[in-house]
Ligand binder design. Structure first.
Ligand code: SAH
Length: 218
C-alpha cells in the first residue's frame, strides 16, 4: 500500500535494510517495515530506541515485539494481498499495521482493554483500517471466520483448538509454541477438514498468551 512510505523516514528505511541483512527476504515485508512509523507505536520514554531491533515496553507488562521477530513471523505467513488475516495479541498495533500494508483485511484481538483502546486510536490516526476487538484470543473470532492466515504474537503453551477450526482449508497459522521460558516458532498448515501439517522454525521468547480478558484472568 506504501501510504506511509516517506523518503524522509530514513529510520524505518534503515531498519528494513538491517532486517534484510539479517535474512528477511520477502520484499512485501521489507517494504511494510520501511513504511510503518514504529516511533508512533512506542511510549515516549522509548522513542529514541524506536528503530532499534529490540522489543520495548508498551504498558500492562507487555512489549512490542522485536522488529526482526515481527518480520520473521510475517514472512512465515506467506501473505497474498487477498488474504483475510487474524492476529492474536494486538499490543501496540504495530504488527497489525504491518499486516495492513500487505493485505486487504486485518482482524486483531487484545485481552487488555487499555492496550486495545490505545491501539484503536493510534491505527485510525495513521489511517490503518484494521478491525480491532477487545476479547480473549483463545476464542478467536467465530463470527468473522474463516481466516486464510492466523498469527499469534504471544507465547501459546498449547495450540489453541478454536483457532485451528477458524482456518480456511489451505490456510496457515504461525505461533510461538511453548512455556514462559522459551518457545519454538511453529507453522501449522490446514491441509483438509481434519489434517494439519506442523513445521518448526527456531527458538523465540514472547510474553505469555493468557486465558480470559484482563478483568477475568483464568
Ligand atoms: N503484536 C503486538 C505485540 C504483542 S505482545 C505488537 O505489535 O505490539 C503480546 C500481546 O498479546 C499483549 O498485548 C497481550 O496482552 C496479548 N495477549 C495475551 N494473551 C492474549 C489473549 N488470550 N487474547 C488476546 N490477546 C492476548
Amino acid at each position: 500500500m506504501m501510504k506511509h512510505l516517506d523518503p524522509r523516514n530514513e529510520d524505518s528505511n534503515q531498519l528494513a535494510k538491517k532486517l534484510k541483512a539479517r535474512g528477511i527476504k520477502d520484499e512485501n515485508v521489507l517494504k511494510a517495515i520501511a513504511s510503518v512509523p514504529r516511533d508512533q507505536f512506542v511510549c515516549s520514554e522509548s522513542i529514541l530506541e524506536a528503530y532499534y531491533d529490540k522489543p520495548l515496553p508498551i504498558g500492562e507488562g507487555q512489549t512490542i515485539s522485536q522488529p526482526f521477530t515481527v518480520a520473521y513471523q510475517t514472512e512465515l505467513l506467506e501473505l497474498n494481498k487477498e488474504d483475510k488475516v487474524l492476529e492474536i495479541g494486538t499490543g501496540s498495533g504495530y504488527q497489525a499495521a504491518i499486516l495492513c500494508e500487505i493485505v486487504n483485511e486485518v482482524y486483531s484481538v487484545e485481552r487488555h482493554k487499555s492496550l486495545y483502546q490505545t491501539a484503536k486510536k493510534r491505527l485510525s490516526k495513521l489511517n490503518y483500517q484494521a478491525n480491532l476487538f477487545y476479547g480473549d484470543g483463545y476464542k478467536g473470532l467465530p463470527n468473522y471466520a474463516p481466516f486464510d492466515k492466523i498469527i499469534i504474537t504471544a507465547a501459546a503453551p498449547e495450540i489453541p483448538e478454536n483457532l485451528l477450526t477458524q482456518l480456511t482449508i489451505g490456510g496457515k497459522m504461525v505461533l510461538p509454541l511453548g512455556n514462559t521460558i522459551g518457545q519454538t516458532m511453529t507453522v501449522i498448515n490446514r491441509l483438509s477438514e481434519c489434517d494439519y501439517r506442523t513445521t518448526k522454525h527456531g527458538a523465540f521468547r514472547f510474553v505469555p498468551m493468557i486465558k480470559g480478558i484482563d478483568t477475568e484472568c483464568i
